[in-house]
Design a protein around this ligand. Structure first.
Ligand code: NAD
Length: 522
């Protein structure tokens, strides 16, 4: 059941329906969004199968934990090697189910996963080893105090369709390194990459049932929450709220990596050419279907015309088409069919409210789902393209009076995932970064922070809860346990123990005053 093999099938299916599920013995049809062809039929599970899957994962976990950091690192390092050895095979699987370009699959997915296997194999022990604690309290003098990080047991990872390797599978790697079993529920549109990685882990010696893929629709994810010790969710803010609500019933901790509306603020002293290149790349990369895409730009008046002219020219030069081999196209397809309507709605809404479409502005033609690389000007915050997540290849650019207005508008959003500030005065850039309400701010850069795995990444406001990467990116998959050991007790009865006597009570009072009562009064 859960250990499914994707089966490639011939022929085409009606396009635009996305994956479909049917009845018992459920079969999920996977389509290539760039061609509209059905590329696989995959057995899926239903909510009633989740408990059994979780029981298998739970039973397998102690053996995996018992391998220790070194034993687990061996498997992860083998998986790292497998990923680089099979890079082309993985890339083609990702491309076929997402419609992204070869380069988008290579850099932001395969390179990330390969790096991640090595990073967690190397650093898990450092981040999770017992931590010795020193206390200033005389009442625990002489005791051994430490904190240990115990795996939660089974981690449930629920992922989106835009990065089946990085954002779905990627979060499983630190969870495994911490000694947990993992059940991954990928998006129904893109299960093939997860199934391929399940196969890879098995080949690399991961014990049976330590990693399981739960292919199925949203309710399977919802059910999974009831059976795991931690839920790592990446997806929309709307579903993120439902995850938290469901997890409240069992008090299951959650990590939420949600939507974004990342602003770019270009100041008049910026290197405008570099800013224009970055605006084009980081809004169009992955067809704009990246949570940390540049989704809106604010440009200071003196360089606005120059910036717009440069971006327009560069956008016009981009090629869009069916992805496949390296270098054949720049902007790929839209992975989720309903997303095309949403992108178009945002463009039409902006036009109706007075925006001008400088480049693109239409759905692509052909059998696949595409939207043209699009640039909008004369935009403002009455328009959806400036306030709601578009998640497509669109770039609205707005003129602002000064940095202050740029920052105010950047913060005028329910989201707070990432942001970027562009200025040659990096001191000013750092100062302004502190005024931005977002989990990550780059100065003269964007997105690249994601591959520095030492850096925490996570959203403020409606963009999420908790972070991935760095120390907290693995500690979240554990439960803290504090241990206090009294090795040599100097007396048989400590001074604070019963029965109470006025003399000892007074003595303790004097000690407390002596220790803590010497601070200056205001
Ligand atoms: P989505 O929220 O629709 O779905 C995400 C996953 O949740 C899918 O596997 C889906 O089947 C499952 N799901 C749906 N309903 C559920 C429920 N009630 N309970 C449990 N699981 C449920 O998101 P999507 O459309 O697949 O992905 C796009 C969104 O993801 C965008 O908003 C994007 O910004 C966000 N995203 C965020 C990050 C980040 O790191 N912050 C990264 C990638 C994508």
């Amino acid at each position: 059941m859960a250990q499914t093999q994707a089966k490639t099938v011939e022929g085409t299916a009606p396009h635009g329906t996305g994956a479909s599920e049917s009845g018992n013995g459920r079969i999920l049809e996977v389509q290539n969004p760039a061609t509209g062809q059905t590329i696989a039929r995959v057995p899926a599970i239903g909510t009633d199968d989740v408990a059994e899957l979780a029981a298998r994962a739970r039973a397998a976990q102690p053996g995996w934990e018992a391998l220790g950091f070194e034993g687990r690192a061996k498997v992860l390092k083998r998986a790292q090697r497998w990923t680089t050895d099979n890079a082309d095979r993985i890339a083609r699987t990702i491309i076929s189910e997402t419609g992204k370009t070869y380069e988008d699959a290579q850099l932001a997915e395969i390179a990330y996963a390969a790096q991640s296997f090595g990073f967690w194999a190397k650093n898990a022990e450092d981040y999770l080893s017992d931590e010795k604690i020193r206390s200033s309290s005389p009442f625990v003098a002489g005791r051994k105090l430490f904190v240990r990080y115990a795996p939660v047991g089974v981690v449930g990872v629920i992922g989106p369709w835009n990065y089946p390797l990085t954002n779905s599978f990627g979060d499983c790697i630190p969870a495994l390194a911490a000694g947990n079993s993992v059940i991954l529920k990928p998006a129904s549109l893109t299960p093939l990459t997860s199934l391929l990685m399940q196969e890879a882990l098995r080949e690399c010696g991961l014990p049976e049932d330590v990693f399981l893929t739960a292919v199925g629709p949203g309710p399977v994810g919802s059910e999974l929450i009831d059976h795991v010790g931690f839920v790592m969710f990446t997806g929309s803010t709307e579903v993120g709220k439902k995850i938290m609500e469901r997890a409240a019933k069992t008090l299951t901790p959650v990590g939420l990596e949600l939507g974004g509306k990342d602003p770019m603020v270009v100041l008049s002293d910026a290197n405008v050419e570099r800013a224009a290149n970055a605006a084009v790349h980081y809004s169009m990369q992955n067809g704009g279907q990246t949570c940390i895409s540049i989704e809106r730009v604010y440009v200071e008046e003196p360089v606005y015309e120059q910036f717009v002219a440069l971006v327009e020219k560069k956008l016009r030069a981009l090629r869009q088409g069916v992805p496949g081999d390296p270098g054949v196209t720049d902007v790929g397809a839209i992975t989720s069919p309903p997303q095309v309507d949403l992108i178009d709605e945002h463009v039409r809404d902006a036009e109706n409210k007075g925006a001008r479409v400088l480049v693109g502005g239409h759905r692509g033609d052909g059998p696949g789902d595409f939207y043209e690389p699009t640039m909008l000007v004369n935009v403002d915050h009455t328009m959806e393209c400036m306030t709601e997540e578009t998640f497509g290849p669109t770039l609205p650019v707005m003129k602002v009076r000064d940095a202050e207005e740029g920052i105010r508008l950047a913060n005028d959003s329910p989201y707070g995932l990432q942001a970027s500030i562009w200025t040659e005065d990096t001191d000013k850039g750092e100062r302004l970064a502190r005024e931005i309400e977002a989990g990550v701010v780059c100065v003269n850069d964007a997105q690249i922070n994601y591959i520095a795995l030492e850096l925490p990444m996570g959203g403020w406001k409606a963009s999420g809860l908790g972070t991935r990467h760095g120390k907290d990116g693995i500690r979240k998959y554990t439960q803290k346990q504090t241990v206090l050991v009294t090795k040599f007790a100097p007396t048989k009865k400590d001074i604070h123990m019963m029965p109470y006597r006025a003399m000892t009570t007074k003595l303790i009072g004097r000690v407390v005053k002596l220790l803590y009562g010497r601070g200056k009064r205001d």
